[in-house]
Design a protein around this ligand. Structure first.
Ligand code: ATP
Length: 402
């Protein structure tokens, strides 16, 4: 029987110095690491790619042992390699990077262990979603703004630093823990569902959401009793140790109120704009106003107000104002006067069972029921945020004044 000869190999060397098969390597370059969002061939993860008869032998080196995405990467590798002419079976030799390789990778990613968002030249738009009191829907609004922006093809990050009510992982159905790569943390990534990407005409530019949450670092569901300095350190670590890559937008979900973490945030991310969430109730507006006017002390900008849990339109056309009405407009006006700047009402999100269900199932309503009244209002809020111009405060301007 004639044994097929291995296909000729050209040029490219694997990390161990072996020559790789061009066609297999080209196929492998379409496999994207789910966390790092780059082709595995660029990340030093492919150690071998040989065609032995009709069997493709692929060497893969994962970043860490117990990598939570091991199966996904192997499946993607198999699928990509099977598409190459002449391949009938795929054998994967799985290994792991040593500390040196991981450090090289960290350097290649440009992770500097500094807080990139404090750099005035950083181009990421940063917004803190704040509220005067708990339970007004701040986290739900955050998750949906992120989902809506990602649907438009943006790369979005969320820092969930709401120590007392961290809920972002549940709202986005994230069960995968972050990956630790030496002193760098890779956050789990949530992809926009294919159907939503296609509907938004963004199939070619897939957006994503990278999430880090205080809840990912706690055992069990124990309550956290942290004092200010610990909260400060946690937020600082999220901003320095987590590798978010190049983000278009970073959203910070902070505990409600005007406590220590709000002050820490203003020190760690001075350029962050504030989005103040309130319900339509006058009592909620008073406390939300205090959260907004904190910006007078911190020097941050309030970019707008979101009214949540607004009137629900019933099947007979009547409006059910469970929490009253007018709070959003009132807060927008009061903050505008107090801060002497425009603080628009970015949207009024009605009470909607589709929104609550989306939160319970981990699929934001802008994805699960995009035509529902709450999803439409939340998409408008995201549009309003997207149109914000990044503040020039603290940024270097291209002027030569010498
Ligand atoms: N417009 C809405 N319609 C129906 N349910 C809503 C709406 N907004 C929020 N909810 C529900 O209200 C509850 C509280 O929302 P969420 O956890 O987002 O509030 P929060 O302000 O982040 O609270 P905390 O700061 O205490 O964590 C959740 O169960 C959520 O599903």
């Amino acid at each position: 029987m004639r044994v097929p000869r291995p296909i000729t190999v050209h040029g490219i060397r694997a990390p161990r110095g072996r020559l790789m098969n061009d066609a297999l390597r080209a196929a492998l370059s379409t496999v994207i690491d789910p966390e790092l969002r780059r082709p595995i061939t660029e990340l030093g993860m492919v150690t071998d790619a040989e065609l032995d008869g009709t069997t493709a032998r692929i060497g893969i080196r994962l970043t860490i042992e117990g990598c939570p995405l091991k199966n996904t990467i192997q499946d993607d590798v198999r699928e990509a390699v099977r598409s190459v002419d002449g391949v009938e079976s795929v054998e994967i030799d799985l290994g792991y990077m040593d500390a040196e390789a991981r450090n090289r990778l960290r350097d290649q990613l440009g992770h500097t262990k500094t807080n990139p968002f404090a750099d005035p030249a950083n181009l990421t738009q940063v917004y803190a979603i704040v509220s005067g009191k708990g339970g007004v829907g701040k986290s739900t609004v955050t998750a949906n703004i992120a989902a809506s922006l990602a649907t438009e093809g943006l790369s979005v990050g969320i820092v969930d630093a709401d120590v007392h009510g961290f809920s972002i992982p549940g709202l986005l159905n994230i069960t995968q823990p972050p990956t630790k790569l030496e002193d760098m943390i890779l956050p789990p990534v949530v992809e926009v569902p294919a159907s939503r990407r296609v509907a938004a005409g963004r199939d070619d530019v897939p957006g994503s959401i990278r999430v880090i949450s205080i809840g990912m670092f706690l055992e069990d569901n124990r309550p956290i009793a942290w004092r200010g300095p610990m909260l400060h350190r946690a937020l600082e670590q999220f901003l320095t140790d987590v590798h978010f890559g190049d983000l278009d937008v970073l959203l910070l979900d902070l505990p409600p109120g005007t406590g220590d973490i709000a002050i820490s945030m203003s020190q760690l991310v001075p350029n962050a704009g504030l989005v103040v969430v309130t319900t339509p109730q006058p009592a909620a507006v008073n406390v939300a106003e205090r959260a907004g006017t904190m910006s007078l002390q911190t020097g941050q900008k309030v970019v707008g107000v979101v009214e949540n849990m607004a009137a629900m339109v019933m099947p007979d056309g009547t409006r059910m104002e469970m929490f009253g009405s007018g709070g959003g407009a009132m807060l927008s006006e009061r903050l505008g006067q107090a801060l002497d700047t425009e603080t628009p009402l970015l949207g009024s999100v009605p009470l909607d069972s589709a929104l609550r269900e989306g939160g319970d199932t981990g699929v934001p309503v802008v994805w699960s029921a995009p035509d529902s009244p709450s999803a439409r209002a939340l998409s408008d809020v995201a549009d309003g945020i997207r149109k914000q111009k990044r503040g020039l405060s603290g940024r270097r301007l291209p002027l030569d004044l010498s």
